[in-house]
Design a protein around this ligand. Structure first.
Ligand code: PNS
Length: 165
């Protein structure tokens, strides 16, 4: 069984992330989507809340079989430790533009140094999602802008319920 871990902040999950989850699901037998702490970012939602929204979004956006192959979890620590714990062969990440590349390259190389048996597999984001980011979604939502085309419905509902904090 080919299992991959897809780590991220997912604060909140966007349609770009959902696209990566769907496409990674076609390549791997099982995908563990893991909400991890990015020490370089401050979050607006707790990891538990983010994980709950991801679960709902995956169940609503993917077909039943694809959603069943996705596990959503939270993890405190290194991605490679989670990957080893789960027996994952790969780490999945999305790449939008050249601007992502340098950071992703560094993370992939360091993760490979820490765990040479685990490779990072990148999915190129669809063009329509290429300029989408959780940070910009948070900013648009904070000023009352319409984010419905950028995020799964589960996120739009939650942010609306929170008064788009
Ligand atoms: O969605 P993001 O913020 O781009 O995700 C970054 C994330 C969470 C994948 C990265 O910060 C991470 O891997 N954090 C866990 C700690 C870790 O393994 N750091 C080592 C990377 S070299």
């Amino acid at each position: 069984m080919r299992l991959a871990v897809y780590p991220g902040s997912f604060d909140p999950i966007t349609r770009g992330h959902i696209d990566v989850i769907e496409r990674a699901g076609a390549v791997f037998d099982r995908l563990v989507v893991a909400v991890l702490v990015n020490t370089r970012k401050s979050a607006i939602m707790s990891v538990a809340e983010r994980a709950e929204i991801i679960r709902t979004a995956v169940d609503e956006e993917l077909d039943r079989a694809a959603a069943a192959a996705v596990e959503v979890t939270i993890f405190e620590g290194l991605t490679v430790d989670l990957a080893r714990q789960r027996g994952a062969t790969s780490i999945v990440r999305g790449l939008r533009a050249l601007s992502d590349f340098e950071n992703e390259l560094a993370i992939a190389h360091l993760n490979r140094k820490l765990a040479p048996e685990i490779d990072t597999v990148f999915f190129m984001t669809r063009l329509e999602h290429a300029y989408l980011s959780s940070g910009l979604v948070r900013e648009i939502a904070a000023f009352g802008g319409d984010i419905s085309a950028m995020v799964p419905d589960a996120v739009a509902r939650r942010l609306a319920a929170h008064g788009a904090r």
